[in-house]
Design a protein around this ligand. Sequence first.
Ligand code: RB5
Length: 151
Amino acid sequence: MEQIIPIASDHGGFEMKQYLVEKLTKAGYKVHDYGTFSPESVDYPDMIHPLASAIEAGQYPLGIILCGSGNGAQMTANHHHNVRAALCWNVELSKLARQHNNANVLALPGRFISNELAWEMVQAFLHTDFEGGRHKRRIEKIEPIEKRNDE
Ligand code: RB5
């Protein structure tokens, strides 16, 4: 089945997002682009919350978010239940985020890495599986005890 990849950025990640949308499309993925759609200054939560809500609702298994540093995007996404957004800046980190943390959102620092590296990281993220086992126990403890719904 064709995998749909949701992607969102602010102006700080706009140019890299456009590059990644093109790469993903050429590689045969369908892309849901949550914006932003121009290099004009915007507020990253306005694009990141809608993507994170869709991941939270189970609409997509994996997503990609970007801003200048990656931090604002990651912080916003991680406010959503069942969203585990990982800020990564090399291929090894993006693989580890999947293997150990079952990250479902890759956060990229658009102003600090090259487009080529970002594309390598995206591919690694999309093709790496969660290892489970002891890592499953650990990610289940991420949510504070009082907020866990263990039924
Ligand atoms: C925008 O200038 C910048 O603050 C934003 O892209 C991001 O780095 C925030 O965390």
